[in-house]
Design a protein around this ligand. Structure first.
Ligand SMILES: NC(=O)c1ccc[n+]([C@@H]2O[C@H](COP(=O)([O-])OP(=O)(O)OC[C@H]3O[C@@H](n4cnc5c(N)ncnc54)[C@H](OP(=O)(O)O)[C@@H]3O)[C@@H](O)[C@H]2O)c1
Length: 280
């Protein structure tokens, strides 16, 4: 297949390009070559004649989005609309990468693909706007919601904890925000399988299990041999930031499991990631 990846310089875009390059023709375009907010973005998609578009481009700075909701909507909502228009005209399906933050986080059990989104912050609202455009304007689409990504191409929660642990002997970490930590490489492998199926619809691709930020930090420090660092649990309310995350946004991968696409437990994925990040 000829696969166009938007946001090709981002962490997921890079992982997908690496994974798909051996069996497909991959066009991974960064913002400089395909700015999705430009009105001509759709025409560019058409000219590239893709068999499928994997739309990874997004404004992913959730606090930035909270400070500038219009900017978030421009990139994540209208930018997605522009790419969708290109897919419509090219007659090709799209994979839209979405987020746990489309849910409000008030559930007491993991969110299924069929649960009703109700975002509580501008990032989540803008990503849901993207989902809605995809669902109403395209016949063939995969919406892949994922969460709490960690990988080698970008700073993430895990690397931030390890960096802080270099200089501080005590870290305060939020205990009442619970989610689905997910290794970018596992997500890329799952998406690579999904696009071969033709089974369109909504998917939750996350490593299995769940963790609070506190538990994830403890596990990462333990796996890197840093049990000496003291981690103190704090409440979300004590951690000042611009965005309000959904407190409980664990995703259940029911639809993927039904077609044989499952991701391993997050602890195993984290251990593999950290073996590369801090060997020995
Ligand atoms: N990271 C997570 O924990 C997480 C969790 C759930 C869902 N997701 C979703 O997963 C997808 C991939 O995220 P990621 O983690 O790979 O984030 P990322 O590393 O920030 O990648 C996103 C890419 O999109 C680019 N971009 C921003 N504005 C653009 C524009 N106007 N036109 C074209 N490209 C633009 C960014 O470029 P610049 O950096 O140059 O702006 C960046 O390279 C996103 O849809 C995100 O919403 C991520």
């Amino acid at each position: 297949m000829r696969i166009l990846i938007t946001g090709g310089a981002g962490q997921l875009g890079r992982a997908l390009a690496r994974r798909l390059a051996s069996s497909h023709e991959v066009l991974a375009l960064g913002k400089r070559d395909l700015d999705v907010t430009r009105p001509e973005a759709g025409g560019k998609v058409v000219r590239l004649r893709p068999d499928i578009v994997i739309h990874c481009a997004a404004w992913t700075d959730v606090d930035g989005c909270a400070r500038d909701p219009e900017g978030a909507y421009l990139v994540n909502g209208l930018g997605t609309r522009n790419v969708v228009l290109g897919c419509q005209q090219a007659g090709c399906p799209m994979v839209y990468i979405s987020t746990n933050e489309v849910f409000d986080g008030r559930s007491t059990r993991p969110y299924y693909e069929y649960d009703t989104p109700n975002p509580v912050n501008p990032y989540g609202r803008s990503k849901l706007a993207g989902e809605q455009v995809v669902q109403t304007m395209l016949e063939r689409f995969y919406i892949v919601r994922t969460a709490w990504l960690f990988g080698c191409d970008r700073e993430n929660f895990v690397t931030k904890i390890l960096t802080r642990a270099r200089t501080a002997r005590r870290l305060d970490v939020v205990v009442d925000e619970v989610g689905s930590p997910t290794y970018v490489e596992d997500l890329a492998a799952a998406v690579a399988k999904l696009i071969e199926t033709g089974v369109y619809g909504i998917y939750h691709f996350v490593n299995s299990g769940q963790a609070s930020r506190f538990e994830l930090a403890l596990k990462a420090l333990e796996l890197c041999g840093r049990r000496d660092v003291q981690v103190r649990p704090i409440r979300l309310a004590e951690y000042r930031r611009a965005s309000t995350p959904p407190p409980y946004s664990v995703l259940a991968n029911l639809a993927g499991r039904a077609i044989g696409i499952e991701l391993r437990p997050w602890e195993e994925a984290l251990a593999e990631y950290l073996r590369q990040l801090c060997p020995g």
